[in-house]
Design a protein. Structure first.
Length: 549
């Protein structure tokens, strides 16, 4: 066992003495040591229940003959930090969480790993760490929150952000906003649409590194503890079989994950995160792979932010196995290993579709004929950018640029009525280096929706969007402004063309005649400054090291 490096008797008796001080017995030390890494925190409903689930995982490990040892790492809540300086910490936390998991596991020579995840960045971070260490392990998703209710309709956090915009536009009162605030989030669980958390949970299930059973169940589902227990048993089975993450997360598994994201209308953040996970696996993945799969994969899921249903509705309809079945029926699902012990095709064959369900359509009756994400290139984005296609039917927009260097400036301009129909809002210097940290733009995109401008303007940024964003929004513009990308040279009034069918993002302006003037560094010390020095392009997944490539 790898853990014999710290617990073999008699040479490691000092380490054994310390381990025994924690309550372990000599019999415990004869067994494999399994790291149970939680991202528990009281700061967010997404993760506040993970301590209890970790106990169930540990019970499963013990029942299967292992010795579990729990550790913890951080979470940055996107929903809470959104629109604040703290949002810059969100993407940074993805790589930091992966690093801390690696340090905890390597530093104590564990034999296997289970990572419990909740909010957005904890999910890709878990897969990145598992791939990097490449020892038997799996991820457990804490599950979706249940929808809130108000006025006879379901609520998600998306409704709260849009309600703020509506309140500032005078469309609802502060009293109604306060009432919504108390009803939108009824308990534990990650944000409830096909936003980034549920998108990435979907992706990890189709990568095979998380079980479909455990991923499907909402956070407070009565079956969730049993699913966590089974995850503890599963990691011991992986250890016995010596089945490692890179054997599961193959090139074909990434194609499965991308197809699942497209068919469910998932978050644009999936592009960023799957690129980063693939790098850790040593799998070559590029923006063009997402675009190619999107062109041939319709959107079948009628889920928020663009549709009617929340994540728990998908579970009731048939869950991720039903998504797998839809893909398999069209020859679009590769077979392969999963951490559940079932191969991917077997998982699809186990699907049970609820009669009359309306959440996931059939292939011949799509919501959109192609996937929910497209990759554009052009004079404004030579290295590429990402556009979200769900929640609207627009394919082309030509309009004058309205240029801002901060999201807060746009929020104020929207509230003051300075944004007009037809405009192309450009927010720059908010990329991985420029912010630093590449913050999401949900606050301003929700404000546009709340002000009634969502169907008449476009937004282009070198930052990124929340999974709850919908509208004609283009993010991840690369190269970013801080690295001298063309977006740094755009001026008010320049004509910008956004053409999805042509896969083009162009600007009609004499950029070659303009001089790039770098902005002073936003951070000169601390973790954000360190990140700005290390981070790569969003077109490569914003990596902070070369990975296994």
């Amino acid at each position: 066992m790898q853990s014999d490096q710290i617990k073999a008797f008699p040479d490691h008796a000092p380490a054994r003495a310390m381990l025994r001080a924690t309550g372990l017995t000599p019999a415990d030390l004869e067994k494999p040591l399994i790291a149970v890494v939680s991202t528990f925190s009281e700061v967010t409903p997404c993760n506040m229940h993970l301590r209890e689930l970790a106990q169930q995982v540990k019970d499963g490990v013990r029942a299967a003959g292992g010795t579990p040892i729990e550790g913890n790492t951080i979470v940055v809540s996107d929903g809470i930090s959104m629109g604040t300086p703290g949002m810059r910490a969100s993407l940074v936390s993805r790589d930091w969480i992966a690093d801390t998991i690696e340090l905890f596991v390597r530093g104590h020579s564990f034999d296997g790993v289970v990572v419990l995840t909740g909010c957005d960045k904890t999910i890709p971070a878990a897969a990145m760490a598992l791939a990097r260490m490449n020892q038997p392990g799996l991820a457990v998703y804490g599950g979706s929150i249940m929808p809130g209710h108000h006025g006879g309709r379901d609520l998600t956090i998306q409704d709260m952000f849009e309600a703020v915009g509506a309140c500032r536009a005078g469309k609802i009162s502060k009293d109604e906003l306060l009432e919504l605030e108390g009803k939108a989030c009824p308990g534990a669980g990650a944000c409830g649409g096909q936003f980034t958390a549920n998108t990435m949970a979907t992706a990890l299930a189709f990568l095979g590194i998380a079980s479909m059973d455990g991923t499907d169940l909402p956070a407070l589902h009565p079956g969730k503890p049993a699913a966590a227990f089974e995850a503890g048993r599963a990691v011991m089975d992986l250890l016995r079989r010596d089945l490692k993450p890179r054997q599961i997360m193959t090139r074909q598994a990434f194609e499965n994950a991308i197809a699942a994201v497209m068919v469910t209308g998932g978050s644009t953040n999936a592009v960023l995160h799957l690129l980063a996970i693939a790098r850790e696996c040593g799998v070559r993945l590029a923006l063009e792979d997402f675009d190619a799969i999107s062109r041939s994969t319709p959107v079948l899921a009628d889920m928020k932010p663009g549709g009617r249903f929340a994540a728990p509705d998908m579970t009731l309809a048939g869950g991720l196995r039903l998504v797998a079945q839809r893909l398999k029926e069209q020859g679009r699902l590769h077979d392969g290993e999963t951490v559940s012990g079932q191969r991917m095709h077997a998982e699809a064959e186990l699907a049970v579709e609820r009669e009359g369900q309306q959440v996931l359509r059939r292939w011949e009756q799509p919501i959109k004929a192609e996937g929910g994400i497209a990759i554009l290139r052009g004079s404004l984005a030579p290295e590429g950018c990402v556009v979200k296609l769900v929640g609207h039917d627009r394919r082309r927009h030509v309009g004058p640029a309205r240029v801002f260097d901060a999201e807060s400036e746009v929020f104020d301009a929207v509230a003051a009525g300075r944004i007009q129909a037809g405009d192309v809002i450009v927010i720059r210097h908010v990329g991985p280096v420029g912010a630093p940290g590449m913050p999401e733009m949900l606050k301003v995109t929700a404000a546009l929706m709340g002000a009634g401008l969502g169907d008449s303007v476009a937004l282009v940024t070198d930052g990124r969007f929340s999974g709850a964003t919908h509208g004609f929004m283009v993010g991840h513009v690369s190269p970013e402004a801080a690295r001298g990308g063309p977006i740094a040279l755009v001026a008010d009034g320049d004509e910008i063309t956004l053409d999805v069918d042509a896969r083009v993002l162009d600007v009609d302006a004499p950029l070659a005649e303009r001089r790039y003037v770098p902005k002073p560094l936003a951070e000169t010390c601390g973790v954000l400054a360190k990140y700005a020095q290390l981070v790569g392009s969003a077109s490569d997944g914003a990596p902070t090291h070369r990975g296994a490539l």
